[in-house]
Design a protein around this ligand. Structure first.
Ligand code: NAD
Length: 293
């Protein structure tokens, strides 16, 4: 069993770290929020207020932080200068591709195997240990990370070299954001044309409009029992997080010289929805704004 330092034990990192403890690993939790540390302590973790304090005893570092600047700061200031040589580093945060590549290059140069391993599956998947991990990094680093990721997730995809996990994550979520808007627009148009939700669902769910946003996460109620539309659009996947991912996709597109006109438009629509009170609403709730435009 390994000595793991888990940095960032919030909504996602907390339950992920608990799954590692349940699997028998010795976990030290690091966070800035005392309440989050207390929760982990109650589950059997040791706690520390900075990763630097825990590095001498650590074999594996896993992080689940808000954004690229946090990842760069924590690895640059606390982990790289203090970790034992060969410590395995796994960053599960969703961050921009350029920062992920920058941090991983520094890790490799310093002799630390590292992967970027952002997730899909949300808080429910984190608690159930059923996350999907999209992983970027060298084959040897992936092989070393695999047993830890398997405890926290169900599906692992090695997407290529440094930053490719982040690339897969934002490409997928850009598809999802665009797709949800298309489904919501179609239902809003159908309403104006006198077409019932049920009839449109019956046709499109078995025809060429079929997609995840329609058949798993339908933005109108009563079509799919588990979709947030049945629960006043309580997340689920909050629009603020969708906006974060669409912004990351646009940053990546700009950096790579790619043209993503629908991704750009989806970002603008989710920005407008978030700024007009929708930030904490499930991302399928954008149908409410689209009906009013
Ligand atoms: P969160 O805000 O609940 O957790 C982040 C934690 O990091 C907080 O507890 C915060 O105190 C801690 N933190 C920040 N800076 C720190 C530092 N310097 N040292 C130690 N701890 C620090 O956010 P979350 O919902 O758990 O999301 C974490 C990451 O997971 C994000 O990158 C997010 O995009 C990604 N993600 C979230 C979801 C979701 O449904 N919530 C789904 C997929 C991916």
């Amino acid at each position: 069993m390994a000595k793991v330092t888990f940095i960032g034990v919030g909504n996602m990192g907390g339950p992920m770290a608990i799954n590692l403890i349940k699997a028998g690993h010795e976990v030290t939790a690091v966070d800035l929020v005392e309440e989050n540390l207390e929760k982990l302590k109650a589950e059997g973790a040791k706690v520390a207020h900075s990763a630097a304090e825990a590095m001498a005893e650590t074999e594996v570092v896993i992080s689940m932080l808000p954004a690229g600047q946090h990842v760069k700061a924590v690895y640059g200031k606390d982990v790289f200068p203090n970790a034992n040589s060969g410590t395995l580093l796994i960053d599960c945060s969703t961050i921009d591709v350029d920062s992920a590549r920058e941090v991983q290059t520094l890790a490799t140069e310093a002799g630390f195997p590292m992967v970027d391993a952002p997730v899909s599956g949300g808080v429910g998947g984190a608690a159930a240990g059923t996350l999907t991990f999209m992983v970027g990094g060298e084959d040897t680093a992936y092989a070393a990370a695999e047993p830890f990721l398997q405890i926290m997730g169900k599906t692992l995809v090695h997407c290529g070299g440094a930053g490719n996990g982040q690339a897969a994550k934002i490409c997928n979520n850009m598809m999802l954001g665009i797709q949800m808007i298309s489904v919501a627009e179609a239902f809003a148009l159908g309403e104006k044309l006198g077409l019932s939700h049920q009839k449109l669902f019956d046709v499109s769910s078995t025809a060429s409009g079929q997609c995840w946003s329609l058949t798993t996460y339908c933005p109108v109620p009563e079509m799919v029992p588990t979709s947030p539309a049945n629960n006043e659009y309580k997340p689920g996947f909050a629009s603020a997080l969708m906006l974060k991912d669409l912004r990351l996709a646009q940053a990546a597109a700009e950096s790579a010289g790619a043209v993503t006109p629908l991704g750009e438009h989806a970002e603008r629509l989710y920005e407008e929805f978030s700024e007009s009170g929708g930030a904490g609403v499930d991302f399928s709730g954008i149908i409410k704004m689209l009906r009013e435009i």
